[in-house]
Ligand binder design. Structure first.
Ligand SMILES: Cc1cc2nc3c(=O)[nH]c(=O)nc-3n(C[C@H](O)[C@H](O)[C@H](O)COP(=O)(O)OP(=O)(O)OC[C@H]3O[C@@H](n4cnc5c(N)ncnc54)[C@H](O)[C@@H]3O)c2cc1C
Length: 307
């Protein structure tokens, strides 16, 4: 980045920029090189200013959430990483007294964990399936995060985006979610940041909601290698089958490349055994894809995003 541009950016966001920032700490994989800069924005004005600046200067940028579905290159990211905080974690609710329906509005930087806790405490049902998914609302919308046959797209209402030109609100009928993806987001992605979303929930019984979260959470602990850094399920499930089953049937459980290994507990989890690099994970990914292809004829598609 040219020194003049760097100085200007520093002046615009005092105390909010980490230069030459290691991205390891910003991903659940604990893998990744450095970004030129990481900027934590706390309100809409700041984000608008930043988007105008990066657009005017032609700088590369990307917004990330909790980095729980990301594999970041060992070479890092030659641009600006944006993280949403402060106002972007806000939560408001609209309860219609005489009906069972509830509408909540949540900032895209809010963690799913905090959102779910708020819902459970308020007795709102519909997001129990998100228990244990370590993402933010923004990342979870892009991924159409889900579990046990339920997914975020089903309960999402309108979604608010910000571009350098201002705010765009997309109605529910303009969103097209598919398995582990908000398909239509690709046309907005290069210029847009998700800043807020509505969710349609139902009033429920607090005890029942808590019990169901507890069950799901215990199931995760039993079946997922949470003791290792990872990015959740690495591959998407092919139609009518499960990636984990195919990987296991191909004899890949326990296979490793450098510090990356196929989990013994859940074959669709590629885990960082301590010092894995992104190239280790990519090497392992290709090995697994090759073995599954030979064994079953199926080409596994990664669910994880690459940066
Ligand atoms: C232990 C573990 C368990 C998991 N279990 C599940 C599960 O059960 N189901 C499931 O679906 N996933 C699961 N995941 C994967 C992951 O948590 C989800 O995909 C999550 O929704 C990603 O959210 P994030 O905020 O971490 O997004 P990130 O990984 O930070 O980003 C994902 C993508 O969204 C983009 N993005 C993020 N925020 C924004 C924004 N505000 N505006 C525009 N683009 C944005 C990023 O650029 C990136 O392309 C799991 C992961 C782990 C580590």
């Amino acid at each position: 980045m040219e020194p003049g541009v760097k100085e200007k950016l520093s002046g615009m966001f005092p105390g909010k920029i980490q230069w030459n920032c290691s991205l390891k700490e910003y991903t659940t994989f604990s893998i990744g090189g450095r970004a030129q800069a990481l900027v934590k924005v706390t309100d809409r004005n700041e984000l608008q200013k930043l988007l105008c600046f990066v657009d005017a200067k032609g700088l590369l940028w990307r917004v990330i959430g909790r980095g729980s579905n990301l594999l970041i290159s060992d070479n890092g990211f030659p641009g600006i990483i944006i993280v949403l905080q402060g106002d972007f974690s806000r939560f408001t609710k609209n309860v219609v007294e005489e009906s069972k329906d509830v509408v909540i509005r949540v900032g895209a930087g809010c963690s799913l964990g905090r959102l779910l806790k708020n819902c459970v405490d308020s007795g709102f049902s519909g997001l129990e399936f998100t228990v244990g998914i370590p993402g933010t609302v923004g990342g979870a919308l892009v991924m159409n995060a889900g579990a046990g046959g339920e997914e975020l797209g089903t309960v999402a209402g309108s979604v608010t985006l910000m571009t350098q030109n201002g705010i765009v609100e997309l109605g529910k009928n303009e969103l097209d979610f598919t398995y582990r993806s908000w398909r239509g987001f690709d046309k907005f992605r290069p210029k847009s940041v998700i800043i807020e979303s509505e969710f349609f929930l139902k009033k429920g019984d607090v005890r029942q909601i808590k019990a169901s979260c507890q069950d799901l959470s215990e199931r995760r602990k039993r079946t997922q290698p949470l003791e290792y850094a990872n990015a959740g399920s690495f591959f998407k499930n092919p139609v009518g089958d499960s990636a984990g089953r195919l990987i296991e049937a191909s004899g890949c459980k326990g296979m490793n490349v450098g510090g990356a290994a196929v989990s013994d507990k859940h074959a669709n989890f590629l885990v960082n055994c301590g010092n894995a690099t992104a190239s280790d994970v990519l090497g392992l990914m290709r090995k697994v894809q090759r073995k599954v292809r030979i064994n079953s004829g199926i080409r596994l598609i990664p669910e994880v995003h690459f940066l």
